[in-house]
Write a protein that binds this ligand. Sequence first.
Ligand code: FAD
Ligand code: AMP
Length: 486
Amino acid sequence: MSERERFDLVVIGAGPGGYEAAFEASRLGMTVALIEKEALGGTCLNHGCIPTKSLLHAADLYDEMKRADRFGIHANAVTYDLKAMKERKDDVVLALRDGIAATAKQKKVTVLTGVGVIEGPHTVRVGDEEIEARFILIATGSRAFVPPIPGADLPGVVTSDGLLEQTEPCRRLVIIGGGVIGVEFASLYSRLGAEVTVMEALPRVLSNMDSELSQSLKMQLKKRGVRVLTSARVEEIRRTEEGLTVLYEEKGIRSEQGADRVLIAVGRRPYTEGLFGEHTERPAAERGRILTDEYGRTSVPSLYACGDVTGGVMLAHAAAAEGRNAAAHMRWVLDRERAAGGNREEGAADADSLPESALRTEEELKRSLIDTSVVPSCVYTSPEIASVGLTAAQAKEQGIRTVTKKYVMTANGRTVLSGGERGFIRLVCAGEDGRLLGAQLFCGRAADIAGELADAVVNGLTAGDLGRVIRPHPTFCEAVTEAARS
Ligand code: FAD
Ligand code: AMP
C-alpha cells in the first residue's frame, strides 16, 4: 500500500480536538491523515469561538466609543456597519484557517476533504478512497439542537450559525436559552443597539455556573437594556405582519414578544451523522455522546474520540486537551506494539526493547498527559465571566469544607481607570489546608486570569501560595493577591 493510504492515525473532523490531536501525533512521530468535510478549524474557528469573539470585540469597541465622553473623548456620530464587521470577522477566520493549513503542511499531516465514513476498525472511506489506519480518532464535534417548538423552522428563526452570517442589523432579537451562547449574543446585539429579550426555561441564566455569577450577569444585562426572563418556556413562534412573535409562559402566565429575528440557543448535541458504515461496529454511546476513558479510548479498541462528540464540557480547549492526550496514548501503544514485533497486545513488550524516546511506564504516561479535570469556563460578556474548578456549593455537595475569599473590584485601580463595572474575584479554598479548589470571576480580563487560577488548582497551590506572588500594578489580576490575602 502507498504511504497515502496507510497511516498510524486517521482523524475525522478538523476542529480544535481533531487538528490538535493530528499535530500532536505528528510531533510524536506518527503518520497522520486529517479528514474534514467543511473547513479546517471546525465549529470553533468557523462558527463558534473566533467569529463570536471577533464580533463581540467590534461591538465592545463601538459601545466604548459611544461612551467615550467620560474619558474626555468626544466621538460624535459613531456608527457601525454590520456587513463590514462580518467581513472583518471572515478575514480573521481565514487568516487563522490558513495558519492551520500551514501547520498541517509543516507537520506533514495529510489533509483530505470530504465526509469520513468508518467502514471498519481500521478503515475510513472518503468518497471513493479507502484509507487504512492503526487508529481512528473521532473528532466530529457537535451541532446546535433545535427543539420541537412549533415555528422553529420559520424564516428569521436561526441558530448561532445563522446569526453569525447576518449582515442586516436587527431591531428586536429574542434569544431562546440563557446559556453561554445565548448571553454572549445578548451582549453583542444589545451593544449594537437592538432590543434584546432572553428567555430561559430555568430559574436563572448560566444555570451551570455559580449563582452569584448568574445574578451579577443578569443585573449587568438588565442595565444594558436587555430583558432577561427566567423560568420562561417558549411554546411557539408565529409569523406576523411585522415579523415574528414568540409565545411563552413565564411563571404560569402566557405572554408574547415580537421580534425580527429569533435565536435558538438551547444547547448542542454530539454529531455523528453518516459517520459509521452500515456494517461497522459502533462504539458505546449514551444519548448520542461517544463514551471514552481517560485516554480517549472508546469501547472499540482502535477507535478513540475527543471533544464535543464525547459530550461533557463542550469547549474548544477541552477538545484540544483530550485530542492531545489521545495522541499520547496511541504513541504509547504503538511503541509497545513495535517493540513486541507487531503484537497488538498493549504492554506486550518489555521495557528494554522500547525505543529510547518511549515512556517506560503507564505512570509516566499519565504524568505526561494534560489534566482534563479542571476546565476553565469563560463567558465573553462585559465584564467577562470565568469559572475554574469547584464552586462553594459544589464543594459542599461533595462534603468538602471550604473557606471562600472574595475581593470586590471597586478598589482595583485598573478597573476604576478603565471605567469598569462592579465585579469580583472569589477563591474557593479547602478548609483543611487552604488548597485552591476553584474560583469565580466577574471582572475585566477574567478569562485570562482564569488561566493562572486553573494552574493553581491543578498544581495544588494554596491561598497562601497565591498571596506570596507579586503581581504587576495596575492590573486586574492584582485582585487575586487581594483575595488570597483577605
Ligand atoms: P468541532 O469544532 O465541532 O469540529 C468538528 C469538525 O468535524 C467540523 O469541522 C465538522 O465539519 C467535521 N466533521 C463532522 N463529521 C465529519 C465527517 N464524518 N467527516 C469529516 N468531517 C466531519 N468554546 C470555547 O472554548 N470558547 C468559546 O469562546 C466558544 N464559543 C463558542 C461560540 C459558539 C457560537 C459556539 C457554537 C461554540 C463555541 N464554543 C466555544 C465551543 C467550541 O466551538 C467547541 O467546543 C469546539 O469547537 C469543539 O471542538 P471539536 O474539535 O470537538 O469539534
Ligand atoms: P447551554 O446548554 O449552556 O447552551 O444552555 C442552553 C439553555 O437553554 C439552558 O439553560 C436551557 O435551560 C435553556 N432552554 C432549553 N430549552 C428551552 C426553552 N424551550 N425555552 C427557554 N430556554 C430553554
